[in-house]
Design a protein around this ligand. Sequence first.
Ligand code: 5AD
Ligand code: SF4
Length: 471
Amino acid sequence: MQRQLYTQPINTKSLHIKTFGCQMNVYDSNRMQSILTAKGFRAEPELRNADVILINTCSIRDKSEHKLLSLLGELKGLKEKDPKKVIAVSGCMGQRMGRALLQRVPHLDLVLGPDAIDRVGELLDGVIHGGQRLVEAKFDNEGRSYSQPCNVHRAKPAELLTIVKGCDHFCTYCIVPFVRGREKSRSIEEIVQDVKNFVAQGTTDITFLGQNINTYGKGTGQKLSELIEAANQVKGLERIRYLTSHPRDLGEDLINQFGTIEKLCPQLHLPFQSGSDRILKAMSRLYNQELYLKKIELLRKASPHMAISTDVIVGFPGETDEDFEATLKVLDEVKFSGAFLFKYSPRPGTKAAEFGAEVPENIKDERLARSQKILNHHIEVENKNYLNTVIPVLIESMDKKKQYFSGRNPQNKLVHVMNIGDASIGKIIDVEITDTNVSCLKGFYVGAPKNEINYRRIENHISSSLSPTPN
Ligand code: 5AD
Ligand code: SF4
C-alpha cells in the first residue's frame, strides 16, 4: 500500500485578506496571513470566492471609512447566498467602532482591533466552529508581546517591518493615538532576528515602520540609531529605510547617520502638514516652519542627494489664505521628491473636530490643486535630472501586462526597466534612465541590449526566485 505523503491540514478554508490604508496595515495583513496559513487556511486571490473574507481597515480620513462601508454593503448578497461565508473586519476601524460596527452590519461575523492581531486564529475558530459573532477591540494593557515575527512564506525583495506601534503625540487632527494606543517598542535583538529571517529568504531592502518612529525605544533604553547600526551589520541586507519621522523628534544622531551608515538609504519621509506656525500650533505639532526647514538643511548637509518626501493637510480648521501661502512656500522651497497631500477630514473624538471654523470644501479642493501643481513641477524637474544617468535599481516585480519590470533606487524612485527577465527579480542592477515623467523613471539594464523586451510569463515569480519554502 502506498504511504500517505502528507497530512491534510486541519483547516482547509480559503482566505482573502483585503488591505486598506498605510504600510503598517500591509505589515499587519502579512502577519495575519502568516498566522492563518500556519493554521491551514489557503490563500484565495479572488475576494468573492474566499470562505473567509478579512478586511484590514483604515480610519485616518472619513473617505477611508466610507470605502469599507461600501465594500461591506457589496458583500451582503454573498453572505445571503452562502451563510457559511465568514466576513471579518480588522484594523483601525475595527478598533474605533468595535461592537457598533457589528451592530450596524448584520452580515459581519468578527471585528478585531490592531492589538488583537495575534489572536486572529482563535477568534476565527470561535466564529467558524463556535458559531459566534465576536468583537475583540480592547487595547492590550497586559503588555502582551506583539513581537511574533512575520512568519513569511514569500518574502519579497523589499519588505516592511513594524518596530514600534502606537503614538504618544496627540496631533489635534489625528485618530491614530485613539485607535493604535500608546507607543510600544520591540527590542533590537528581536527585530534584528526578523531582519535576518527576511534576508534568509531573499529580502535585501527593509523599511522599519512606526507611527512616530524617531522615538523608537522610549522606555526601553534602546534607540533608533542603535537599531540602524545593528541592522547595518546584517550580512546580505543592502538597504535600510524607516517611516514615519516627526520633525521634532528627528534628532541629530539620526540625521548624521545619513552621512555615515553605508546601508541607510538617502531617503526620508518627513511630514510637515502645514507651513503656517499658527496652524502648526493649532495642530499641536510641536515645531514651527523655521525648525522644519532647519532639519531639511541638516539632512541635505549630511547627505546631499537625499530624497525627502512629506505629508500635507490643506483646509485645517481656520486655515486662511495667508496660512496656506506659507504651506506653498515650504513646498516650493524644499522641492520634495514626493508628497501625500490631503484635504483635512474631521475625525470623531479628536480635538480639531470640535474647533469649528471649517474650511469650505471648494476651497480645500482649490488649495489641494495648487499644492499638487507646485509639488508636481519640482518632481518633474528632479526626475528629468536622472536622464542619461545610470542608477542601481532593486527589481521587485513585473507589471500586470508582463511588459516591463519595476523596482526602486536608493532614493525610493519608482523605476521601470524594459530589457530584463524574471531572473532579475530580487537583484540590484544598473539601469540607464532614458525617459521620465512625474510618477516614474524608465530605462534599460546596461548589461543587456536595449531593444530586447522580455515578455516571458513569470507566475509566482517571487516564490520561485526567492523563497526556498514551498507553501
Ligand atoms: N485629515 C486629513 N489628513 C489627515 N492625516 C492624518 N489625519 C488626518 C485628517 N484628520 C494625514 C497626515 C498624516 C497622514 C498619515 O495622514 O498628513 O501625516
Ligand atoms: Fe498622528 Fe503622526 Fe501626530 Fe502621531 S505624530 S498623532 S500618528 S500625525
